[in-house]
Design a protein around this ligand. Structure first.
Ligand code: M6R
Length: 365
């Protein structure tokens, strides 16, 4: 049942190209995104005052990436909130608010409670769910399923990737309806979206490089992830993945925040994973890398193939993902981080599929 692999997590990492393809293919017809099960009209969308993303854990991290993507595409405010906070923050929700609920299991109690509150306040509920017929799916106005198949490992991988895929589809579909995307950009993103599975495959085929980096760093007591914009959103996920299964203390920071406190924690030998795939902010991020290097940090960089050579001048080791449309970078960047967490946990002898104190579906508040 583990497909010949030692762990479900590894099997699920390897399944990502297929899961991503299964999620997007039925929804792209003749170069157009077609979302069955979504009954929002152009008028509904134009009238929206805000999109409120509600989720927990990794699903919340998808929401963080979604904020950058959807705000750019739709020019509507997107607020991302942890479901466990939503109910207690007196949220500003109106009948013109769209609550975008993200959950693999569809049973997370915090998320469910928050969406019920959003409904009570008048929001329309659109959910992205993996488990068909789950409570969150049943209680939503509209549901878009991620076709990832059953996910067994506690640490989510293929559900995260397919949730991101659905975010891109939603972004394209809404932007098209609202007239906020040019036909050229629409066509370019739709085309590139279909290349993502092959590009994921390429990263997976070089997994031994990541295994090697894991063998160098698996004993580090503390690891920091830094990035800006979508690279920051992916850093949050890379950090959670690592701490969840390897029990290494880890934190993710928006790179520009380092100088406001965290940089005091950087000492000789601290590992910093620097995400610099977003070309527009590459130079800015590299200036943060120089800051941590000068304080003695070891830096493992993640960037795109076209920037790898430039990055390699400054970092200790560079990991390159294939170039893609900037909006889609999180889908590729996350893969080496999942592999890194997996190999580090493996080398530390951790119970990878069932990390201590954690459950796959969190049905208590
Ligand atoms: O099933 P959900 O997507 O609602 O679950 C949310 C979180 O509990 C989940 O993403 C958790 O953070 C994962 N174990 C992370 O790998």
């Amino acid at each position: 049942e583990k497909g010949g692999y030692e762990h479900f997590m590894f099997k699920e990492i390897m399944e990502q190209p297929k899961a991503f393809r299964d999620t997007i293919s039925p929804r792209i017809q003749d170069g157009r995104v077609v979302l069955e099960g979504l009954n929002l009209t152009a008028e509904d969308l134009k009238a929206l005052d805000k999109i409120y993303v509600i989720a927990c854990g990794s699903s919340y991290h998808v929401g963080m990436a979604a904020k950058y993507t959807l705000e750019r595409l739709l020019r509507k405010p997107v607020e991302v909130t942890l479901a466990s906070e939503f109910r207690y923050c007196d949220p500003i929700v109106t009948p013109r608010t769209l609550a975008l609920v993200i959950s693999q299991s569809g049973e997370t109690i915090d998320t469910l409670a928050a969406m019920r509150e959003a409904r009570r306040l008048g929001a329309r509920l659109l959910s992205i769910v993996n488990v068909v017929g789950s409570t969150i799916a049943r209680e939503s106005d509209d549901v878009l399923y991620t076709w990832a198949g059953p996910e067994i490992a506690v640490a989510t991988t293929k559900a995260y990737s397919t949730q991101l895929a659905v975010i891109y589809l939603i972004g394209l579909c809404f932007a098209d309806l609202m007239g906020t995307i040019t036909p050229e950009e629409y066509a370019a993103v739709v085309e590139e979206l279909q290349n993502i599975p092959d590009k994921m495959e390429e990263i997976l085929s070089h997994r031994e490089d990541i295994q090697y980096f894991a063998s160098i760093y698996f004993n580090h007591p503390s690891i920091f992830f830094i990035g800006r914009n979508i690279d920051y959103a992916v850093g949050l996920e890379g950090s959670l993945k690592l701490k969840e299964i390897s029990y290494i203390h880890s934190e993710a920071y928006a790179a520009g925040e380092l100088k406001h406190g965290t940089i005091s924690l950087i000492e000789p030998g601290t590992l910093v994973v620097a995400l610099a795939s977003y070309g527009k902010l590459f130079e800015k991020l590299m200036s943060n890398v120089v800051e941590v290097k000068s304080r003695g940090a070891d830096v493992l960089g993640v960037t795109t193939a076209s920037l790898e050579e430039e990055m390699a001048k400054t970092v200790d080791h560079a990991i390159a993902v294939p170039d893609t449309h900037p909006m889609l970078l999180p889908s590729l960047d996350v893969v080496p981080l999942q592999l890194f967490a997996y190999y580090v946990a493996l080398m530390r002898g951790c119970d990878i599929d069932k990390p201590r104190n954690l459950a796959k579906s969190v049905t208590v508040e």
